[in-house]
Design a protein around this ligand. Structure first.
Ligand code: URA
Length: 426
């Protein structure tokens, strides 16, 4: 007989108590093994969302989630390992150019990524638009590629933090995703279990992000930095703007194409700026502060690392990317300046076009998405294109058109520029 019951643990948190180490270890383990029911864990997750958790409770919860599965050993990799995690945004393709860029500068990047859900895109969905590219690797393949190429982006195996896999799916359908202790422990348990030596967090703030305010993003970032440091993973966080989509593309193949432009030394200024800011933080955290990522973009080393990384997973970096059958161009109906482009509305439009999924098992379209022609601050004349909606089928267009209709605001005067990197924590 166990010393604990799910109902006692739920009541303790419901009434604002602090859970003991024993209660946390028991409930996470029992839930993973199916001894605590989904409805009981749902009630506990809601109690945590409403009552919060102390720092020691979050640390113990994270440790219990790590202990629910395997922890990878990357000691066979002779370069310093450093990873990046973004809390999710619209047009956030940064992992694609960043991973080979850091590898080209001497780091090894063990990037275990996810698929998109809702209005935020997933790195694996984007890369799967490259013909032949394979997201699933065995642990041995993962470690061998990390050692030989220095860059891997692949799906996390089922044995990594299985408690989180189960709990995340439950939170998604019970309105409990937004609990900061649960987001922090979910992200950090996976990153610590993956075995990286250092970690840079890109905590997004704004309409297109989970965290809508700087105060909430700062609390999440501080919690995750403390969890990483407590587990011996050197961790820093940047709070970055997600009121506006990143770059000019939102979708799958369109984001791969934009990432390749960045690797070729071009691409939109904001994507380049954030890629370099995160690369510098990663190289610093990995003990490689003298590396020059801007030079590696300019001289083609980052592009070479990208091509090697894509080929290592069966992809053809020279293959033509899928293109959409239907392209609808939306034009400005007034002169002025673009005041804002709402990340959430553009993210939902791309989702309606088929670039994202509503349920985990839904397929995504490689070619669908939104391509912006203008960004905040750009001058615009009547009749000029503002953005394109791309889809495989015309039936997708009306819902996306309705979502995107209010996303781009044009006004008579140019808006003042807002910073992309808002704050550094660590
Ligand atoms: N990403 C995660 O991995 N977990 C969360 O809880 C939220 C975002």
């Amino acid at each position: 007989m166990s010393a604990f019951t799910a109902v006692d643990v739920i009541r303790a948190k419901r009434d604002g108590g602090v859970l003991s180490d024993g209660q946390i270890d028991w409930v996470v383990d029992a839930y993973t093994r199916g001894l605590v029911a989904d409805e009981q864990m749902s009630a506990l997750a809601m109690a945590i969302l409403l009552r919060g958790m102390s720092v020691p409770e979050i640390a113990r919860w994270t440790a219990a989630m790590i202990a629910s599965g395997e922890r990878l050993d990357l000691s066979a990799v002779d370069r310093p390992t450093v990873d990046k995690h973004s809390t999710g945004g619209v047009g956030d393709k940064i992992t694609l150019p960043l991973t080979p860029l850091v590898a080209a500068c001497g780091g090894a990047v063990p990037q275990l990524s996810g698929r998109g859900l809702g209005h935020t895109g997933g790195t694996l969905d984007k890369l799967e638009s490259i013909p032949g590219w394979r997201a699933s690797l065995s642990n041995d393949e993962f470690i061998a590629q990390l050692r030989d190429v220095g860059a891997v982006i692949c799906a996390a195996g089922a044995a990594l933090a299985p408690a989180d896999r189960k709990l995340y799916a439950l939170r998604d359908v019970t309105g409990t995703v937004e609990a900061i202790p649960l987001i922090a422990s979910s992200i950090m348990s996976k990153k610590i279990a993956e075995g990286t030596g250092a970690l840079v967090l890109d905590v997004k703030v704004g309409s297109g992000a989970f965290m809508k305010t700087v105060a909430d993003a700062r609390e999440l970032a501080r919690t995750m930095v403390a969890l990483g440091d407590a587990h011996g993973v050197r961790t820093v966080a940047l709070l970055t703007d997600m009121a506006t989509p990143l770059g000019l593309t939102v979708g799958n193949a369109v984001e791969v194409a934009e990432s390749v432009q960045v690797l070729a030394g071009g691409g939109p200024a904001d994507v380049v700026e954030l890629t370099l800011a995160l690369a510098r933080e990663m190289l610093d955290a990995a003990g490689l502060p003298d590396a020059d990522p801007a030079a590696a973009l300019r001289d083609g080393r980052a592009m070479d690392a990208w091509r090697t990384m894509i080929r290592a997973q069966g992809g053809d970096p020279d293959a033509k990317l899928p293109t959409a059958n239907e392209v609808e161009v939306v034009r400005a109906d007034t002169d002025g300046f673009v005041e804002s482009v709402d990340a959430y509305a553009i993210g939902v439009a791309a989702w309606r076009l088929g670039a994202g999924r509503a349920r985990k098992e839904d397929p995504v379209s490689a070619a669908a998405g939104v391509v912006l022609h203008k960004r905040p601050g750009d001058p615009v004349r009547v009749g000029e294109p503002l953005y394109e909606l791309r889809a495989d089928d015309t039936v997708r267009l009306p819902a996306a058109r309705a979502e995107a209709a209010l996303a781009v605001r044009v006004s008579a005067t140019a808006p003042s520029a807002s910073p992309l990197v808002i704050e550094r924590i660590g």
